[in-house]
Design a protein around this ligand. Sequence first.
Ligand code: ATP
Ligand code: MG
Length: 267
Amino acid sequence: MTARVIAIANQKGGVGKTTTAVNLAASLAISERKTLLVDADPQANATSGVGVGKEVDRPSLYDVLVDGRDPREVIVPDRELPYLWTLPSSQDLVGAEIELVNAADRETRLCEALRGVVEEYEFILIDCPPSLGLTTLNVLTAAKGVLIPIQCEYYALEGISQLLNTVRLVQQNFNPDLAIEGVLLTMYDARLNLCRQVAQEAKEYFGAKVFRTVIPRNVRLAEAPSFGKPILLYDVQSVGAKSYLSVAQELVRRRESDPVGVGGDPS
Ligand code: ATP
Ligand code: MG
């Protein structure tokens, strides 16, 4: 077993990256797929989203990236889901980008660190911060696929070409196998023309890469993080829970039809 490593990235803020990372990871885990959720955002919302507390002395991704700590010493098992593990983040990750600026291997640190654990999981999902800085470059270098959440709102596709340029740069310099795993439409409201229009544009641009499942705007998805729970442990009957379970199934199907994970052109 070698994990399918998926970066959840979009430098635009608040588009549903963390919600997707947490709930997709939990959905894969409940389907008995061994899954590691890596929180690569100093905001640490994915960490708290699965109920991992912010104890001051808890080691985090910072220690892995900056001090070369073995990720096995940092990864924590989930309290409730036996197939889920988390590599938590912490606020000090903000400093990592500056501390690593002169390191020769600064873009490949995460990739190297995960090398030791990729055999232990079926999926590794990595939540990116809302920027295209060094941390995101590390994540894209470590990943096989990029999952891009797109919020159905005005200017939804703005900035996407910048993201795709970064993907190309990483392909050319660090990770030739990197591919677009999929595009996920989030906070969808079928009553709004605008949402349908964004969905249409995304399909014109990304074709079959767009997941068939769309994530509707659902208040239960927004409530669950304050309880430190993924949606399926908070309200399994909600449309939000069902939608993320369905995306997880699409991911599993894609993985099975492309087991080596070699991708094509990102666009
Ligand atoms: P950032 O760029 O700051 O990391 P993000 O892209 O990770 O943000 P989220 O934190 O997942 O975005 O979502 C932004 C806000 O929208 C959060 O308050 C979240 O609870 C809410 N939200 C996300 N998805 C949905 C949804 N489908 N329905 C309702 N609320 C949602
Ligand atoms: Mg986030």
